[in-house]
Ligand binder design. Structure first.
Ligand SMILES: Nc1ncnc2c1ncn2[C@@H]1O[C@H](COP(=O)(O)OP(=O)(O)OP(=O)(O)O)[C@@H](O)[C@H]1O
Ligand SMILES: [Mg+2]
Length: 954
C-alpha cells in the first residue's frame, strides 16, 4: 500500500476573507449578538475544511462547540441532525447541569432527543396534540439558549443539504431568534434545490445570515498545493493543466495530485499533457483508480459501505460484502490508509464525494441487490425502522408484505415527529410495492393523511378515493375529516362540507362515526361561509339537548345554536345561556378543528356582554397553552382575548394581546383567528391616537386581507371602514361598512352586537350631509339592538342615533345611551357617550350640567387608555373653563401595551428568560421593552416595579 496516496493536510488557502467573517460573527455572538453564517459551495470546494477551522476558532474564543453532519441516507430521520448536536452533550453533562439546560420551556425539546429523559416530564409538560412542531422548536431553541448561558455556544452543521426537514426547520427557528443570545450558527451546504428540500432552502437563504460563497482556488494556490505534494516548484504549463482539469476545486486537485504522486509524475512542462490523461472522465475516475489498487475483499467492503452510508456498523458491512473477519480487519485498515475511510470509531467516508464515486460505479442491478440485502441484514439485527426503510426506498417494488409493513411503521414515526413530507414519501413507496389487497385502503388513507399534513394538493386523490369507495367506516370518517379540513384551510369550504356530506351518506344510520362527521360539519360552519351555507339544513334541524353539555357533540351543538341565536338576531339572553351550557363541557386546553366550539362559545359570550366570563375562559385556555408551548392556540386565543378586552375598554390589554397574536402568526399554520386581532389592533390603535396611515400600514404588513370565505374576517372589513372614516375618507368608509351587511346572516351583519356597521356608516353619511340615510340606518340599528337585548350594542346605536339625529333631541338620546351603557361592562363606549352628552349640553348652553359627564368621561377614558377620547374630553372641559390635572405622563400610562405586559410579568418576579418563554419572544425583546419602561418610569431596578405600578393604580 502506497501511503503517499493519502493526501497530507494542506494549509487552508485563500479563505482569509471567510475566516475573518466567521471571526467577527463569533466575536459578536460572544457579546450576545447571536449570528448565523452559511457557507455555500459545490462539492469539494472546501466547506468542511472551513467549518473545521471555524470550529477551532470558536473553541479558541471559549465557545462550547456542538457539531453535526447530515448524511444522505439519514435525511429520512426526523430530528437526526438536532440529535447529533445535543444528544452527546446532554448525556455527558452532570445531572444538575442537564437539569438546568432542560429547565423551563427547554423541557419541551427533550421529547425529540431520544435517550434524554425529560426532567419531571409530567402531564403538564406533555407534548400537545395540536401543534407539537412549534412546541419542539420552541423547546430546542431554549435548550440552545440555556446551554449558551454558561459559555457561548457554536452550533456547527455540515452538509446541511442532506438535513432532515424537522432539523432544518428547528435551525431556521433558532436562526430567527439569535438576537440577545450568545449563540453562533455555522452551517455549510452545497447549493440547495428549493424544490426538493424547501425547509433547508429557507434556512440557507435566511436574510439575516451571512452567506459566504466559496470560490475555486486561484492558479497561484494550486501551484503551491502542487509544490507541497510533488517534488519541486511546478512549471506554469503543469499548473495550468491542473487548473484546467479541476476548475480550481481543491478536492479535485488533491485527488489529481495523489494520482500524479503514485505515478511519480514531476510537475514539469513536458508532463502537463499527462495531467489530462490521468482523469479522462472526471475526477471520480481518480477515486476509482485509487480503489482499483486495493484487493478484492477490500473493494467489496468499500462498495458495501457506500450502500450503508456513514455510520454503518462494520459487522453489517462485512455481511453485506460477504467477507471474513480477517478480511474486514485488513480491509478497513487498507481503506483508512488509502484515505477512503476515516480512522476512528464510527465508519465514515473521508469525503462524501468518495462515497458517491464508489456508489455510482455500481451497476443498477448490483445496487438493487445490495440495497435489498442491506435491508434484510439491518432488519434482522433490529436496526431502527427508519434505517431499514431508507434501504428499502432504494429497491425496486416487489410486492413484499414485510417491506410494506416496515415502510408504514417508518412513516408513522416520521409523522409523529412532524416530518409529514418524509412520511408521505415512505407511504407512496409502500403503495408502489404494492401492499396486500386487504391492506391497500389503509395505506391509501395513511398516504392521504400524510400529504394533507404536509399541505400538498396531491392529498386530495387518495383521500377522495377512501371517501368514495372505502369500506371501513372509521377510514371513511378519518379521510373525510382530513380532506375537508385541508379544503377549509385552503378556502374551499363548500367542497370541504360536500366531502363531509358524502361521507355521511356512506355511513349506515346507526354508525358511531356520524357524530364525528356532524361535529366536523358544524365546526366548519363557524368560520367558512360556504360551509355555513352547506350546513344550513343541518343547523336548522338541530335540537337543544337540554342542560349543560356533556361531550363534544353536545358542546358543538349548543355552541352552534348559540351562534345561530346571535347571528339571526334572536335573543341575547338565550344566546348567552346556550354558550354557557356549551362551555360546561369543560374548556379544551387546545381548541383546534374538532373543538372549536369553545372559541365559538366564548365569542358568543363576548357579543352578549358576558365579558367577565369570556375573559376568564380565554385566560384559562391561554395559561394551559402557554405552559405546553402550544403556540397556535396561544395565537388564536390571544386574538379572541383582544376582542374581549377592547369591548371591556381595556385598550392596553387589547393591543398587547392583538400584537402577540399578530407577531406569532407568521410562524404558524392554523392561526386563523389573527384576522380578529388585526381588526382589534386597528380599532384600539385609533383610540390610542395612532394615525390612520400608520394603522393602514399595520394591516399591510400583517399580510392578512379581507377573505370573503372566512367569516371572522368581516371584523377586519368593519375595522377598515372605521379606519377610512377616521382618515376622513367617508365615501370609502360607507362603501366598506355597507358591505358588512350584504351576505349571509352568519357573517354577522344582522346583529349590531357582532358588527355595529350601521351606526358607523350613519356617522360617515352624516358627515357627507346624507342625513336621511344616516338616520334610517341609525334607527334600524337601535331597533335591532333593542330586539336582541345586549346593552353595549344598544348604547352604541343610541349614541350614533343621537349624533345623526335632530339637535333638539340629542342630549336626551345621549343620556339614554349613557344610562344603558352604565349598566354594561363596556367602559369605553360608556365614556364616549358621556363625553358626547357633555359636549351636547355645553353647546346647548347648559355649561353647568356638562361638567359632571365630562369629568366622568375623562376619568374613564384615561383608565381605558383611550387617548383620543381623553384629548377630546379635555378640549370640551377647557371650553367650559375646567382644567383637570393632566395625568402623569411619566407613569405607567406612558408605557406601550407591550412594555406594560413585560413590566407586569417582571413585577410578578419573573426573570427575563421566563417572560420571554411565556410570551414566545426573545430575551432581547424583553430586555428592550424593560429598558424603555425603566427609562420612562425613571427607575433603575425591577424591585421598584411593584411600587410604581401600585401607586399608579391608586
Ligand atoms: N482552502 C483550501 N486550501 C487547500 N486545500 C483545501 C482548501 N479547501 C479544501 N481543501 C481540500 O480539499 C478537499 C475537499 O475539501 P472539503 O472536504 O472541505 O470540501 P467540501 O466543500 O466540504 O465538499 P463536500 O461538499 O463534498 O462535502 C479536502 O481534502 C481539503 O483538505
Ligand atoms: Mg464537506
Amino acid at each position: 500500500m502506497d501511503s503517499t496516496a493519502f493526501a497530507p493536510p494542506v494549509a487552508l488557502l485563500e479563505r482569509e476573507h471567510e475566516i475573518e467573517h466567521v471571526q467577527s460573527a463569533l466575536r459578536a455572538a460572544s457579546r450576545r449578538a447571536g449570528q448565523a453564517v452559511v457557507i455555500e459551495g459545490a462539492a469539494g470546494l472546501g466547506k468542511s475544511r472551513l467549518l473545521e477551522a471555524a470550529g477551532a476558532q470558536a473553541s479558541g474564543l471559549g465557545f462550547r462547540v456542538l457539531s453535526a453532519r447530515a448524511t444522505e441516507l439519514e435525511q429520512g430521520f426526523p430530528f437526526g441532525v438536532v440529535r447529533q448536536l445535543f444528544e452527546r452533550a446532554l448525556l455527558n453533562a452532570a445531572q444538575d447541569e442537564r437539569e438546568r439546560w432542560l429547565g423551563g420551556a427547554a423541557a419541551l425539546g427533550a421529547e425529540v432527543l431520544a435517550g434524554v429523559p425529560a426532567p419531571g416530564s409530567g402531564a403538564s409538560l406533555g407534548v400537545p396534540a395540536d401543534d407539537p412542531s412549534y412546541a419542539w422548536q420552541h423547546g430546542l431553541y431554549w435548550l440552545a439558549a440555556n446551554v449558551s448561558s454558561d459559555s457561548p455556544l457554536a452550533l456547527v452543521v455540515d452538509d446541511l443539504q442532506w438535513s432532515d426537514a424537522p432539523s432544518a426547520r428547528t435551525l431556521a427557528f433558532i436562526a430567527r431568534r439569535l438576537e440577545g443570545q450568545a449563540l453562533a450558527l455555522i452551517l455549510a451546504t452545497r447549493p440547495i434545490d428549493p424544490g426538493t428540500t424547501p425547509d433547508t432552502a429557507t434556512l440557507a437563504a435566511d436574510p439575516d445570515a451571512t452567506l459566504l460563497r466559496l470560490s475555486p482556488l486561484s492558479e497561484a494556490s494550486i501551484g503551491s498545493m502542487i509544490a507541497s505534494r510533488l517534488s519541486g516548484t511546478p512549471d506554469r504549463p503543469f499548473t495550468r493543466a491542473c487548473v484546467e482539469v479541476t476548475g480550481g476545486n481543491p478536492f479535485l486537485v488533491g485527488e489529481l495530485l495523489s494520482e500524479a504522486a503514485v505515478r511519480g509524475l514531476d510537475p514539469t512542462s513536458e508532463n502537463a499533457a499527462d495531467v489530462a490523461a490521468i482523469v479522462p472522465r472526471g475526477v471520480s475516475n481518480a477515486v476509482l483508480l485509487r480503489l482499483a489498487r486495493l484487493d478484492r475483499p477490500t473493494r467489496a467492503l468499500a462498495r458495501a459501505l457506500s450502500i450503508l452510508g456513514d455510520g454503518a456498523h462494520v459487522g453489517d458491512a462485512a455481511r453485506l460484502a460477504g467477507v471474513t473477519q480477517a478480511e474486514i480487519e485488513s480491509g478497513m485498515a487498507s481503506l483508512v490508509s488509502a484515505g477512503v475511510v476515516e480512522s476512528g470509531g464510527a465508519v465514515r467516508f473521508a469525503h462524501p464525494i468518495l462515497r458517491a464515486a464508489i456508489y455510482e460505479d455500481l451497476s443498477p442491478a448490483e445496487r438493487e441487490r445490495l440495497h435489498c440485502a442491506a435491508s434484510k441484514i439491518l432488519d434482522e439485527r433490529g436496526a431502527p425502522v427508519g434505517q431499514v426503510a431508507a434501504q428499502v426506498m432504494h429497491t425496486e417494488p416487489a410486492a413484499n408484505v414485510g417491506a410494506v409493513a416496515l415502510l408504514r411503521e417508518a412513516a408513522r414515526e416520521a409523522l409523529a415527529l412532524g416530518d409529514a413530507t418524509g412520511a408521505a414519501a415512505l407511504l407512496a413507496r409502500a403503495l408502489d410495492e404494492p401492499p396486500a389487497a386487504a391492506d391497500r385502503a389503509a395505506v391509501v388513507l395513511e398516504l392521504g393523511q400524510a400529504r394533507a399534513r404536509a399541505g400538498t394538493p396531491d392529498a386530495v386523490a387518495p383521500l377522495s378515493e377512501i371517501v368514495a369507495r372505502g369500506e371501513d367506516e372509521a377510514a371513511i370518517v378519518a379521510a373525510a375529516i382530513e380532506l375537508s379540513g385541508m379544503l377549509f384551510f385552503s378556502g374551499r369550504g363548500a367542497e370541504g362540507a360536500a366531502v363531509l356530506r358524502r361521507a355521511l351518506e356512506r355511513l349506515p344510520a346507526a354508525s358511531s362515526g356520524r357524530e364525528q362527521l356532524d361535529v366536523a360539519l358544524l365546526g366548519a360552519s363557524y368560520t367558512s361561509v360556504s360551509a355555513r351555507r352547506e350546513a344550513d339544513a343541518t343547523i336548522t334541524a338541530l335540537r337543544d339537548p337540554g342542560g349543560p353539555a356533556r361531550g363534544v357533540l353536545e358542546a358543538t351543538t349548543l355552541a352552534t345554536l348559540a351562534m345561530d341565536e346571535l347571528m339571526h338576531l334572536r335573543s341575547a339572553a338565550k344566546a348567552g345561556d346556550l354558550a354557557v351550557r356549551s362551555l360546561a363541557a369543560g374548556l379544551p386546553s387546545e381548541p383546534h378543528r374538532g373543538e372549536a366550539w369553545a372559541i365559538v362559545g366564548l365569542a358568543v359570550l363576548a357579543a352578549t356582554d358576558e365579558l367577565a366570563a369570556a375573559l376568564a375562559g380565554t385566560d384559562e385556555i391561554l395559561a394551559r397553552a402557554r405552559e405546553r408551548g402550544a403556540a397556535t392556540t396561544v395565537a388564536n386565543i390571544s386574538a379572541l382575548r383582544s376582542f374581549v378586552c377592547i369591548r371591556l375598554g381595556d385598550l392596553v390589554a387589547a393591543e398587547a394581546d392583538a400584537n402577540a397574536a399578530i407577531e406569532l402568526a407568521p410562524d404558524l399554520l392554523g392561526a386563523e383567528f389573527v384576522v380578529l386581532a388585526l381588526a382589534v389592533r386597528v380599532l384600539a390603535g385609533l383610540e390610542r391616537d395612532e394615525t390612520p396611515e400608520s394603522l393602514r400600514r399595520v394591516i399591510g404588513q400583517a399580510g392578512i386581507g379581507y377573505d370573503t370565505e372566512f367569516s371572522p374576517s368581516t371584523q377586519l372589513r368593519y375595522a377598515s371602514g372605521v379606519l377610512s372614516a377616521a382618515a376622513g375618507n367617508h365615501e370609502a368608509a360607507i362603501e366598506e361598512l355597507l358591505d358588512c351587511g350584504m351576505e349571509h346572516p352568519a357573517l354577522g351583519g344582522e346583529n349590531p352586537a357582532v358588527l355595529p356597521w350601521r351606526s358607523a356608516a350613519a356617522l360617515s353619511l352624516a358627515e357627507l350631509g346624507r342625513d336621511r340615510e344616516a338616520r334610517e340606518l341609525a334607527e334600524d340599528e337601535v331597533r335591532r339592538a333593542e330586539a336582541f337585548g345586549a346593552p353595549r350594542a344598544l348604547g352604541v346605536a343610541l349614541r350614533a342615533h343621537a349624533l345623526v339625529g335632530l339637535g333638539g333631541e340629542r342630549a336626551d338620546t345621549l343620556r339614554q345611551a349613557a344610562s344603558v351603557l352604565a349598566a354594561s361592562p363596556a367602559r369605553l363606549e360608556y365614556a364616549r357617550a358621556l363625553a358626547d352628552l357633555g359636549g351636547a349640553l355645553r353647546s346647548s348652553g347648559s355649561r353647568g350640567a356638562a361638567r359632571e359627564p365630562l369629568l366622568e368621561a375623562l376619568t374613564l377614558a384615561t383608565r381605558c387608555g383611550a387617548r383620543a377620547l381623553e384629548r377630546r374630553t379635555r378640549a370640551e372641559l377647557a371650553a367650559i373653563g375646567v382644567r383637570p390635572r393632566t395625568t402623569d405622563r411619566a407613569g405607567p400610562g406612558s408605557l406601550t401595551p407591550s412594555e406594560l405586559r413585560v413590566v407586569g410579568l417582571a413585577a410578578d418576579g419573573r426573570t427575563n428568560r421566563e417572560i420571554a418563554q411565556t410570551l414566545f419572544v426573545t430575551e432581547k425583546t424583553v430586555e428592550t421593552h424593560l429598558g424603555r419602561a425603566f427609562r420612562k418610569l425613571n427607575i433603575s431596578t425591577r424591585r421598584q416595579l411593584p411600587d410604581v405600578l401600585a401607586r399608579a393604580s391608586n
